[in-house]
Design a protein around this ligand. Structure first.
Ligand code: ADP
Ligand code: ADP
Length: 240
């Protein structure tokens, strides 16, 4: 069973449809890269998988469970209740282009905040788990620094640690290196490569074709709201 199964997904903003009936399966334990020109719908598709956007048609299943909407036997598409939506969403983590760290909290504070307020861990347990995740991204020594005291690459690694601390089954990345200087891109891609090797299921929107070709096991190429190519890097990047 795939980690995520997307069927006939469409998304409109007002009268403009930007995703046209996407069918896509995200393999478990693999890194899937979404590539394609700017405006082709990559970010919208990712945000639908995170349920930050509500698709206007079709369904998404995460580990076999419907996310947000399900199709009844009579073909009617119905919205699920908030509790069922929360349960399925809680297995999905997301990392953004703009790291979205809280500026008034340290690295450790950023990583532990949701563990305390949402997951109801004690401060002590949250900090143990938070330090373990900061160690995982190579930032244990920066735990008590504020975002303004960290490089962009370090801030993005904190954002990755924050997502990991919630123990997601699937981790989504929306152009995670697009706002970094080139010399800081590598440290973030290396952390992502390591997560991939550890078997994390990841979906990465990226313009880093070298990363997609070497770390991506599946590549989906979008254009104008449709998937034009979907396969292994060898299949997608080979000259016709
Ligand atoms: P990509 O990530 O491939 O650059 P996007 O998913 O950001 O593409 O955008 C796909 C299309 O949807 C673009 O035409 C964009 O202008 C449009 N779009 C994205 N977000 C919105 C929004 N909130 N309201 C209206 N149009 C949007
Ligand atoms: P990305 O390609 O990463 O989505 P954009 O610069 O296209 O980056 O979009 C940044 C934000 O603006 C997103 O939240 C997106 O939903 C929104 N957006 C993009 N295009 C439009 C649009 N045509 N109208 C309204 N909002 C938009």
């Amino acid at each position: 069973e795939p980690a995520v199964s997307i069927r006939g997904l469409s998304k409109s903003y007002g009268k403009t449809e930007v995703l046209h009936g996407i069918d896509l399966e995200i393999a478990r334990g693999a890194t899937t890269c979404l590539i394609g020109p700017s405006g082709s719908g990559k970010s919208t598709l990712l945000r639908c998988i995170a349920f930050l956007e509500e698709a206007t048609g079709g369904t998404i299943h995460v580990n076999g469970r419907p996310l947000g909407f399900e199709e009844r036997p009579d073909g009617k598409r119905v919205r699920l209740g908030p509790q069922r939506i929360r349960e399925v969403r809680s297995g999905i983590g997301m990392v953004f282009q703009q790291f979205n760290l809280w500026p008034h909290m340290t690295a450790l504070g950023n990583v532990t905040e949701a563990l305390v307020t949402v997951r109801r861990l004690s401060r002590k347990n949250a900090e143990e788990r938070g330090m373990a995740q900061l160690r995982h991204v190579g930032l244990e020594a920066r735990a008590h620094h504020y975002p303004s005291e960290l490089s962009g690459g370090q801030q993005q690694r904190v954002a990755i640690a924050r997502a990991l601390a919630l123990e997601p089954k699937i981790l989504l990345f929306d152009e995670p290196t697009a706002s970094l200087d080139p010399e800081l891109t590598g440290e973030v891609l290396n952390v992502m490569r390591k997560l991939g090797e550890e078997g994390m299921t990841m979906v990465v929107v990226t313009h880093e074709i070298g990363f997609a070709a070497t770390v991506g096991q599946r590549i989906a190429f979008l254009d104008h709201g449709r998937i034009l190519l979907n396969g292994t890097p060898g299949e997608v990047f080979s000259d016709p």
